[in-house]
Ligand binder design. Structure first.
Ligand code: ADP
Length: 626
């Protein structure tokens, strides 16, 4: 049992509460540099305009008091003692100040809007830069990927909102200070009235804002789950299964159940808030009218002026609305704090796979030798070894095949080869140097890779191929040559606008291709790239046997002197290779030429003799039913 002095607990609680209330102010510290970097001159302009707004706002209040005082002085004197002039001057001055206030407010709003747009674009750029720089590991780990999703969710408007909110907040604080001084000029006794009019309402609002903030923080997981079902119900990629398995109504109900829970909880908090606010409002009103009664009595007795009475009414009404605004602004700051932290979490992600400070130059010669030496690999945040003690060699111009069952680590090996990840143990060597010694982009330009989940860009055929090498001009014949090499030329010629046909059905006029046709486009993209090693991860899985035969018929010619690393389950493709590595559970189980491996009678032999039991190969090397 812990013994705590009775007072200590409360002290700690108060301290913790203040820390929580002050927490959002850290947001300010992080946002200001963004403001400064994105729109320096606009930041200065908005600040100056804001000060003018404050000045004119207070001036109007003060001038109204002066006007009424001038009027009542005349009335008391039973005639116009000073003539009409002072009154008219006072009216003119008040009108002038009001006009000036209106104009500054309009211009100031415009400036803030312009600033907001600039900040939003700047933040987009920050996010995009970070998204490009982040490691692949970032995208392959749900934990990190969530950070990006949340950062996007918070929107590019948030930082601008924080700034705008902050400016308005400081304006209100200064105005409130000014109003207090004005009020004190009538009577010091009125200050407590102002305090009662504003402070309790402020505290109540703050309290509930914090409760709502904490609640929302706890509820993000649930909201994301709801969002997930919403996405499943409305997206194209789940549309097929949703219909065939009749998942729609179930997902819709999951979604509405979650929403109902969330709504119920939120309404509960709002109901309590409404109740407390009503009580506080009643007390405030009571105090206000008591003060008014006191002031009316004083005015009737001639101890204060009518101007003072009007000023008091004006000020209290103004102060109340300002107080309310202030509370709204503080609660918004809390909310922004919640979102903007997610943005900053993402902006702080640092890539681990980087270029060294003094990179080695890659040799200019056409072919390179790639070696993997004792490479073992574990995905970040995971424990199992995916690859263990891998050593392999790809000599210049050589075609190497990787064979192995699903999950044996073939794709992971490719990712290591192109430095999408770095090995946990061991090295990848190019021309005898560790891959980590080269400039990252230069190193990656050694490879053209077709992954199983290759890109399908919603753009023209030409762009889809050209994205393999952006240095290639759009009109270049190299694009058509690459399409020819990939066996894509024939179907491209049948498309409505040939190479300028827009692909994918997401945009108007787009044409959807079959999986095999997309795969050929991806191959063309790989062929266009002036790389030295072609890496193809099951490049023909969706291509019919005839087309595959054509592709590999003169494969060596097609890859034009590059070396190649092929992953395939098809015997015809594998037989083409100069050397074959058989992966099993992340280790190299066997290696050699096709004939050697068949003779050896190991895994490789097993895999293909099992096929042989039901299939024999036709003269082109394809497995056909017996
Ligand atoms: P293959 O290409 O031979 O089918 P992979 O290289 O894709 O095999 O996968 C090998 C193993 O690595 C599998 O057990 C898989 O679960 C694991 N794995 C693949 N990608 C990731 C990842 N991004 N994070 C964690 N584990 C992964």
């Amino acid at each position: 049992q812990s013994q705590v002095a009775p007072g200590a607990g409360t002290g700690l609680m108060i301290k913790r509460a203040t820390v929580r209330i002050l927490e959002p102010l850290q947001t300010v510290r992080r946002v200001l540099p963004i403001l400064w970097a994105s729109a320096r001159s606009l930041a200065i302009v908005t600040s100056v305009l804001l000060m003018l707004e404050i000045f004119f706002g207070l001036a109007v209040l003060f001038l109204i008091k002066r006007l009424i005082d001038a009027l009542t002085a005349n009335l008391a004197a039973d005639g116009l003692i000073g003539g009409l002039e002072p009154v008219m001057v006072a009216v003119a001055l008040t009108a002038g100040a009001t006009l000036a206030l209106l104009i500054t407010r309009a211009v100031s709003g415009l400036a803030r809007e312009a600033q907001g747009m600039r900040v939003a674009d700047y933040v987009d750029r920050l996010i995009h830069n970070r998204a490009i720089a982040a490691d692949l590991a970032f995208y392959e780990s749900p934990l990190y990927f969530d950070t990006l999703q949340r950062a996007r969710q918070s929107g590019n408007q948030r930082p601008a909102q924080v700034i705008s909110n902050l400016l308005m907040m400081s304006k209100n604080i200064v105005m409130l200070g000014g109003v207090i001084v004005l009020l004190a000029s009538i009577s010091w006794m009125l200050l407590p009235v102002l305090l009662v009019a504003i402070v309790p309402a402020l505290l109540v609002r703050l309290h509930f804002t914090r409760i709502l903030y904490e609640w929302r923080k706890r509820r993000t997981q649930l909201e994301r789950r709801a969002g997930y079902f919403d996405m499943l119900l409305t997206s194209d990629f789940s549309a097929k299964e949703l219909r065939l398995n009749q998942l729609g109504p179930a997902f819709r109900d999951f979604y509405s159940d979650i929403r109902q829970t969330i709504r119920g909880e939120q309404f509960g908090i709002n109901r309590r808030r409404a109740l407390v606010e009503a009580i506080v409002g009643s007390v405030t009103t009571l105090v206000f009218f008591s003060a008014l009664a006191y002031l009316a009595f004083q005015t009737a007795a001639g101890r204060t002026t009518v101007g003072d009475l009007v000023l008091f009414l004006l000020i209290l009404q103004r102060a109340q609305s300002m107080g309310q605004e202030l509370v709204g602004q503080v609660s918004r700051l809390f909310e922004d704090h919640l979102y903007i932290n997610q943005l900053f979490d993402f902006l702080e992600v640092q890539p681990q796979i980087t270029s060294p400070e003094l990179p080695q130059a890659l040799l200019e010669q056409k072919g390179v030798e790639v070696l993997m030496e004792g490479v073992s690999f574990t995905y970040p945040g995971c424990r199992e070894l995916v690859l263990e003690d891998i050593s392999l060699r790809i000599s210049p111009g050589q075609i190497v095949a990787l064979v192995g069952s699903n999950g044996s680590g073939k794709t992971s090996l490719i990712k290591l080869l192109c430095r999408l990840y770095d090995p946990t143990v061991g090295k990848v060597l190019v021309d005898g140097r560790d891959a980590r010694e080269f400039n990252l982009e230069e190193y990656r330009s050694l490879f053209s890779v077709v992954f199983q989940d290759f890109g399908r860009y919603l753009s023209t055929v030409r762009d889809n191929i050209r994205f393999g090498d952006l240095n290639c001009p759009p009109g270049s014949s190299a694009i058509e040559e690459a399409a020819r090499q990939a066996g894509a030329e024939e179907f491209i010629k049948l498309l409505p606008a040939n190479y300028d046909t827009f692909l994918g059905r997401s945009f108007d006029g787009g044409v959807e291709l079959s999986v095999g046709q997309w795969q050929k486009i991806a191959l063309a993209r790989a062929f266009l790239r002036p790389s030295r090693i072609a890496v193809l991860d099951e490049p023909t899985s969706a291509i019919d046997p005839n087309a595959e035969f054509e592709l590999f018929e003169n494969f060596r010619e097609r890859i034009g002197g590059r070396s190649a690393l092929l992953i395939s389950h098809r015997l015809s493709t594998i037989r083409l290779a100069d050397y074959i590595y058989v992966l099993d559970g992340g280790r190299i189980a066997e290696a050699g030429r096709h004939e050697e491996l068949m003779e050896r009678g190991g895994l490789y032999h097993q895999a293909f003799s099992r096929q042989g039991k039901y299939y024999r190969e036709d003269r082109n090397g394809f497995a056909v039913p017996d």
